[in-house]
Design a protein around this ligand. Structure first.
Ligand SMILES: Cc1ncc(C[n+]2csc(CCOP(=O)(O)OP(=O)(O)O)c2C)c(N)n1
Length: 317
């Protein structure tokens, strides 16, 4: 039996069968973010407190009087998911010290969309990382303000059409490049930073498990495909995530104590065209504009590879 075959045979048994983010929520068909949340919760397990900034995942999961959450869950405003997460972590520490709760490692996990993280909550996030809280922050990046109607964010990619940067006669979509928050977190010298995508579920869950084991702050930036906002059929969600990774647009790597390691093999990159053509938000781009994107991807990928010390190994599976 090859290594790949044995992986297929044994890996599913390692995944928790319990659902902590339940079915019955109101996410759109084919929502990558809902899948990513479900996978994250499986990796975290029950000893977790989730702090959720407003955004799609809060809106779809907590329509009064129902909830999709089977974990302790706090809904907070856009700017302060990381601040409330810091408070939860500090509170848990004190309660444990005073013997008011069992001496068990209950983890505080703050989550937010790209609007709530890359733009509105970045100040609180930076503060929490700098103060060194024992906190995991996961950004679910669907590349726009989706729950309010697909407005551009700092994480929207160059050239994408959104309702505030629409493609038309006077505009070709977003004019700025995507903000790289994973690298901003690396610059905070936190012990663990990773990029992830729901289309590589075991890779994502392994990173979540690793991140919560770290003593101190950790950050995961999870690309989350949004069929509604990206203008693609719901059944293309997983493929779009894979194409983002395989074209080098969104490489999967982790940075442990400053050491970069690729976790998914992408030495032979596919042309970005294969990713762009799946999505209506890039439909208007000219060949020249696509070339600009390809050149930028090549440049960024080369810059990343210059920092990478380890390539993926079979043991990552
Ligand atoms: C402090 C603050 N700023 C702005 C808004 C307006 N607002 C409502 S939803 C939203 C965007 C949400 O985007 P994101 O965090 O990416 O979550 P998504 O809906 O895409 O999951 C914004 C800016 C707000 N409610 N509060």
């Amino acid at each position: 039996m090859s290594i790949v075959e044995s992986f297929d045979l044994y890996a599913p048994r390692l995944v928790d069968k319990e659902e902590y983010f339940s079915f019955g929520h109101r996410a759109c068909q084919g929502c990558g973010e809902a899948l990513a949340i479900r996978l994250m919760c499986k990796a975290l397990g029950k000893d977790t407190v989730i702090v959720n900034a407003t955004g799609c995942m809060e809106v779809v999961s907590s329509l009064y009087p129902t909830t999709a959450w089977k974990l302790p869950w706090i809904h907070v405003a856009f700017p302060n998911s990381a601040s409330v997460g810091s408070g939860v972590e500090a509170g848990l520490k004190v309660l444990r010290r005073k013997g008011r709760i069992p001496d068990r490692d209950v983890k505080a996990v703050s989550i937010g969309g790209d609007g709530g993280t890359v733009d509105i909550g970045i100040q609180a996030l930076s503060g929490a990382m700098e103060r060194g809280h024992d906190l995991l922050y996961v950004c679910f990046d669907n590349e726009a303000y989706m729950n309010t109607g697909i407005q551009r964010s700092g994480a929207t990619p160059f050239g994408a059409s959104t309702t505030t940067d629409p493609a038309g006669l006077a505009s070709f979509g977003k004019k700025a490049w995507k903000k790289n928050v994973a690298e901003i977190m690396v610059a905070h010298n936190v012990p663990y930073v990773a990029t992830a995508c729901h289309s590589y579920p075991l890779d994502f869950m392994n990173k979540v498990k690793k991140a919560v084991k770290v003593k101190g702050p950790s950050y995961i930036h999870c690309l989350s495909v949004c069929p509604t906002g990206w203008r693609l059929p719901p059944e293309q969600c997983i493929k779009a995530g894979r194409m983002a990774v395989q074209t080098g647009i969104f490489p999967l790597y982790e940075v442990e104590d400053g050491k970069y390691r690729m976790t998914i093999e992408t030495r032979e990159l596919r042309p970005v065209e294969e990713y762009l053509k799946l999505q209506g938000r890039f439909r208007h781009l000219s060949e020249d504009e696509k070339k600009v994107i390809q050149e930028r991807v090549n440049q960024e990928y080369k810059r990343l590879m210059n920092k990478v010390e380890c390539l993926p190994s079979w043991s990552d599976l």
